[in-house]
Design a protein around this ligand. Structure first.
Ligand SMILES: Cc1cc2nc3c(=O)[nH]c(=O)nc-3n(C[C@H](O)[C@H](O)[C@H](O)COP(=O)(O)O)c2cc1C
Ligand code: SF4
Length: 420
């Protein structure tokens, strides 16, 4: 496994002021776009990205080049939409790219647009990113002035306009179809799929929706080639990933690592372990949206396949650490309260199920539990499972089920006549 000598995504940590166009250009910036415009056809860019094995960093891990190849080449109007909603609890990686290394995101967006034949790109950010978007707009303006965006980029036939759009701070608007609805000025609620956005997306036109971090990977892939990129990570999870580390950890923050490193590297070498040498009780590996990993396995590999084999998901790689002092029932109640608040209300199992689960957790925490409350939680989860309109409802049952599976005594201690 190749260790990173310098950052590939968080380059501002090695190169001061790389957020300015001048410094970005001085360090190879926009060379990938220039190379594509000069020497590569759109189809060849897609093939490069496919060969790199890059998978979407927004959560689902879908192969990026494959997604781009689904866009019909002959459609007259196509769009790129950059998902900068970043609302997953414990996730704060995209904002660092936007703030520190914005031109790499813009270059990746332009490469995607060139590859699929789009002439317009929208960057959709969560409402709370207002302050970050002022800086991103400055980077866009700089790129326009220097001919890296706008009409006939660097004298080529390729033109691209980039617009920023702020949402109103709703978690569901990170889900790509709800995002598209919101971008169209409608209520942010998911669409039925199929059709997928690559066929019918923004304003009914073929659209690629990609996460900020995904697109920031594209310029180095095009510039240095897929073999170079594949030297990082594993065969099935190639490349680098930004891991967001938070919760009970000595040094929280973003850490860019090759995929497949052992969990020990993230938790101990990067994060310094739990404060005061405390034991780790559980880890939420994908913010709120994964099964909870009980205990701490330092040798667990941080890649898509290993997390799945461990019964969890890598998702957006937002590792929230819960040490031995954390009350698991309390922690999961917070997660469920989040999902209840963010449920868009479109479908009954999620709207009602999250509401009822919050009610049960309230009883458990306030010493008013009913004797069968644990079974009731599991029964609500069963009724939601497979019946929700989008993944938010399915996410909501993960921490409930897994915490009951691994920490049942903590729940049972709160039942009447059992202690608390
Ligand atoms: C409830 C929910 C919230 C999501 N939030 C985000 C988000 O904040 N940012 C993001 O990039 N993807 C988010 N996603 C995933 C997107 O739907 C989509 O898979 C992603 O933008 C695709 O980009 P990628 O292929 O580059 O990962 C969310 C999905 C769901 C179901
Ligand atoms: S699962 Fe929840 S968030 Fe998704 S459509 Fe149904 S109510 Fe809305």
């Amino acid at each position: 496994m190749v260790v990173l000598r310098e950052h590939i995504l968080l380059r501002h940590r090695d190169i001061p002021d790389i957020g300015s166009l001048e410094v970005y250009l001085a360090h190879g910036g926009y060379q990938a776009l220039a190379k594509a415009l000069r020497t590569l056809s759109p189809g060849q860019v897609i093939e490069l990205v496919k060969a790199s094995g890059l998978r979407g960093r927004g959560g689902a891990g879908f192969p990026t080049g494959l997604k781009w190849s689904f866009v019909p080449q002959d459609a007259p109007t196509k769009y790129v939409v950059v998902n900068a909603d970043e609302s997953e609890p414990g996730t704060f990686k995209d904002r660092e790219i936007i703030e520190g290394n914005p031109h790499q995101l813009l270059e990746g967006t332009a490469l995607c647009a060139y590859a699929i034949g789009a002439r317009v790109a929208y960057i959709y950010g969560r409402g709370e990113f207002r302050h970050l978007f002022a800086g991103l707009q400055r980077a866009i303006d700089e790129a326009y002035q220097a001919g890296w965006l706008g009409q006939n980029i660097q004298g080529s036939d390729f033109s691209l306009d980039v617009y920023l759009h702020l949402g109103a701070g709703a978690y569901i608007c990170g889900e790509e179809t709800a995002l598209l609805e919101s971008l169209e000025g409608k209520l942010g609620m998911p669409r039925a799929r199929p059709p997928f956005p690559a066929q019918v997306g923004l304003y009914g036109q073929p659209t690629v929706v990609n996460n900020v971090e995904t697109l920031a990977n594209v310029p180095p892939i095009v510039r240095h080639g897929p073999e170079w990129y594949r030297q990082f990570g594993t065969e099935r999870s190639p490349g680098v990933k930004i891991f967001c580390l938070s919760g009970c950890i000595t040094r929280p923050g973003n850490y860019e690592l090759p995929l497949g490193v052992p969990l020990r590297v993230l938790i101990e070498e990067c994060g310094g372990g739990a404060p005061d040498g405390r034991a780790i009780q559980a880890i939420l590996p994908s913010g709120a949206s994964s099964l909870l990993l009980p205990g701490y396995n330092p040798e667990l590999r941080l890649d898509y396949e290993s997390l799945q084999a461990a019964g969890a998901a890598l998702g957006s790689a937002s590792f929230v650490v819960l040490d031995e002092t954390v009350d698991i029932v309390w922690a999961v109640s917070k997660v469920i309260r989040f999902f209840e608040h963010e449920s868009c209300g479109k479908c009954t199992p999620c709207r009602e199920g999250t509401y009822w689960m919050v009610d049960v957790y309230r009883r458990l925490l306030e010493g008013r539990a009913w004797p069968d409350d644990v079974e009731l939680l599991l029964s609500i989860a069963d009724q939601m499972d497979g019946n929700c309109f989008c993944a938010l409802g399915e996410f909501a049952i993960c921490p409930v089920r897994s915490s009951i599976q691994h920490f049942r005594p903590a729940y049972e201690a709160r039942l009447p006549g059992r202690g608390a």
